[in-house]
Design a protein around this ligand. Sequence first.
Ligand code: BES
Ligand code: ZN
Length: 555
Amino acid sequence: MPENKPFQRLPKNVIPKHYDLELTPNLEKLTFTGKTAVKVSIVNSTKEIVLNSLDLELKSVKLQYNDGGSDSTLSPVEVRLNAADETACIVFDKPLPEGEAMLFCEFNGEINDKMKGLYRSKYLTPAGEERYAAVTQFEATDARRCFPCWDEPAIKATFDISLDVPADRVALSNMPVREERIEGGKKFLRFDTTPVMSTYLVAVVVGEYDYVEKKSRDGVLVRVYTPVGKSKQGMFALEVAARVLPYYKEYFDIAYPLPKIDLIAIADFSAGAMENWGLVTYRETCLLVDEEHTSAVRRQWIALVVGHELAHQWFGNLVTMEWWTHLWLNEGYASFVEFLCVNHLFPEYDIWTQFVTETYIRALELDCLKNSHPIEVPVGHPSEIDEIFDDISYNKGASVIRMLHRYIGDDDFRKGMNIYLTRHQYKNTFTEDLWAALEEASNKPVGAVMSTWTKQMGFPMVQVSSEQRGPDRVLTLTQQKFCADGSLGDDTLWMVPITISTQEQPSKVALSTGLEQRTQEVVLENVAESSWVKLNPGTVSLFKIITLYHVSVGL
Ligand code: BES
Ligand code: ZN
């Protein structure tokens, strides 16, 4: 990004309502051609339409007003590409009148080897021939490498996707096929219209795959696509996915809105998995189970990954963050809910004990460094956006949501989630919108508590001293920012939900307000001097405990 020039989001004077997107991949030459017809709304008259486009050659760009038959097709005087901003500016000689119009583009590009945009994934046929599949990976900002579009999560639209592919290939997209024609070795497919959605969730796969399928209890057709000849390896994920959908439906009290969901194993894949709406893509090792060779740990991981991506179908896809600053909300939330769901499906895994070692501890390890960052970070340019898919967004995000879940309880958490998802469906949100819904459901100060965890980096160390006053035990809790290098923390204070269990009352006592001040006294009534006391049972709140004076304060 050029220095001195702050990153600019796309102007909102022209916004897309619906895309017709047609793609023709050439799987031999590894190139593609495409056409878009976008219904746009010109909200404020302007001479320029600015949208995202990267590494595409735009060939024919036209704007057509739909005014009762008379020919009002406008050709731009210039299409100015800006590679640094990843935009195309379509310039007309006169200001465009307000109203609805169609923007037509023809373009071509490479099926690249970068694992982003529309990219190639190599596979071997059972006969040993090397071939390529064409696969999309658009999150966070790479839909613009496949078609010119308004590539921001808050600029939602509907999509009619069509593909023109070799007749012997499997071609998939977010929605079921509406129409299919085979002519002279080519197959033309048109998919159903998507719901209103963000560009980063659009997906297409063209290749050779086998599948196994099942209808979930709530009537959704679930398929797991595998490499040819390996469909059995999709059975475990198929069972998990078919059971997860009704679980989330009941948990959120909102049905999965699409008629189908495909889970597909992709040979070359940069992340672990991607939650494209209705067509979730996975690295092979995150989806396929070979009954003879796959370890128990790996199966457990696959269940978590499937649970994570399917959680996004509601949290992320139906309701989407307004901008990438709120990415943690997507990823932290899904990284928490995947455990809820796996705990429900496989109680024998005892998965929550692993949350502490795999997620919570990792979050603290990073977050005690001086160069950590708050969960919510302002981001602009794509290079900054990529950086925040990190352990703070995922692991600290999941840990603070778990702390909140414990603080308000599962019933109110579910109630609040339903309020949030219903209120904001097909729209976008800020972190505060989730707090507002959970606050409404629980009558607890969720926003005040949680902002101390999302807007500040780090976490506190809580010093505990204990004193016996007659029949009661009195704990004095003092918080201070914890830093791994041993330096003394600054003035940062957190609102720390705290539970305590004692020998007399082993089933935890919650501090009604939590620890809010620097120092706070807690009176534990009728707790004998010889009894044990345990702070933060289950290791749920994020702090380190330091005990002073009294040995019987358990860690
Ligand atoms: N949305 C992400 C995939 C992603 C990650 C896209 C980074 C772009 C950049 C997906 O939901 C995800 O979080 N995948 C995880 C697996 C998950 C089980 C933690 C991954 O890819 O590691
Ligand atoms: Zn995720």
